[in-house]
Design a protein around this ligand. Structure first.
Ligand SMILES: Nc1ncnc2c1ncn2[C@@H]1O[C@H](COP(=O)(O)OP(=O)(O)O)[C@@H](O)[C@H]1O
Ligand SMILES: [Mg+2]
Length: 319
């Protein structure tokens, strides 16, 4: 078992009282699994992710990661676990705005003490893996939302983490860019990366093998995605990606529907809108969602600077 959470509780002080946010969470995740965590806003998803990602500690309960009992780890050891075992992807990307894609991916490797030449090699490879090999010297302002999230994913996988943790990875993206991110996650999953993805979007959750639902800090049900749901997801993905057609075919194929040839899925997919209309809609949705997403996230995390969360994930200082 890669990840074992037993009776995890987390409370926050509010006035004189302790308010429970997570209540007796029991969760096991195997190596290579792709798990979605769903639940309404305020149900405790981010709190759970912060505990899984060693950004926060539970009030009680135990947590084993790859056989290590993390309960008594000191802050410095916890930050070592974060650097070496966990890759983070957040809704608002948290890229350094003045740095290029390459420099952004290099940053955690710098924190990990890897030399400059090797850092650049690893970063280039990771950016190629997410399809941004041609844009390594672009800054975030020169990239679309979807491309920024791909830089963030390259950064998250550059240290070959045991787990990729994603908190609403498509929350700030238009549906087409979101579909591309899900396609990338599917590829990483097929390559053996363990993924835990938080979302409140059922369509996004369907990409995972297993969905865990949280309500008021408790796990209320666990559902495996059945073949029917997987087929719907594949059709959806094909629709989202129907331009160019080749990409859609690849997406449909990747969505791996049991007993369904990819061709059938494509036939079922709706025809594309006019490219001009689609581009306009995407652009409008993109800017709206990015603004909205960032606002929500800022409210959510009560963050100080836009990059604070990701920096925190590498450094021992602010823990
Ligand atoms: N640092 C904190 N201090 C006090 N309360 C918090 C803190 N972090 C989260 N909470 C509270 O815990 C609950 C769950 O929050 P969160 O895990 O962010 O939910 P979700 O990610 O599902 O929207 C919310 O009611 C939130 O206000
Ligand atoms: Mg949250």
């Amino acid at each position: 078992m890669l990840l074992e959470l037993k009776d995890i509780c987390k409370s926050y002080p509010q006035g004189k009282e302790m308010v429970p946010v997570l209540r007796n969470i029991n969760l096991n995740v195997e190596k290579g699994e792709y798990v979605a965590i769903m639940g309404p806003s305020g149900s405790g998803k981010t709190t759970l992710m912060n505990i899984i990602g060693c950004l926060d500690r539970p009030t009680s309960g135990s947590y084993h990661l790859d056989g290590q009992d993390l309960l008594h780890y000191k802050d410095r050891e916890m930050s070592g676990v974060r650097l070496n075992s966990i890759g983070f992807v957040f809704q608002s990307f948290y890229l350094m705005p003045k740095e290029t894609a390459m420099e952004n991916v290099c940053l955690p490797l710098l924190y990990a003490g890897i030399g400059k030449r090797r850092r650049r090699e690893i970063a280039r490879e990771a950016l190629e893996r997410v399809g941004l090999g041609e844009r390594i010297h672009y800054k975030p302002s020169q990239l679309s939302g979807g491309q920024c999230q791909r830089v963030a994913i390259a950064r998250a996988i550059s240290n070959k983490p045991k787990i990729l943790l994603a908190d609403e990875p498509t929350g700030a993206l238009d549906s087409k860019s979101g579909a591309q991110i899900m396609e990338l996650f599917q590829t990483l999953h097929e390559e053996g990366v363990t993924i835990i993805m938080i979302t409140h979007d059922a369509k996004i959750a369907k990409h995972a093998q297993r969905t865990i639902r949280i309500l008021d800090g408790q796990i209320v049900e666990e559902a495996a995605v059945d073949a029917g749901e997987a087929r719907e997801t594949a059709q959806e993905a094909a629709r989202e990606l129907s331009k160019p057609e080749k990409t859609a075919r690849e997406a449909a194929k990747k969505a791996s529907v049991p007993g369904e040839p990819a061709g059938k899925v494509l036939q079922d997919a709706a025809p594309a809108k006019s490219p001009v209309l689609q581009a306009k809609q995407d652009k409008a949705a993109d800017s709206f969602r990015t603004m909205k997403g960032q606002e929500e996230h800022a409210k959510d995390t009560k963050q100080k600077g836009p990059e604070s969360e990701i920096i925190r994930s590498w450094s021992a200082k602010r823990h």
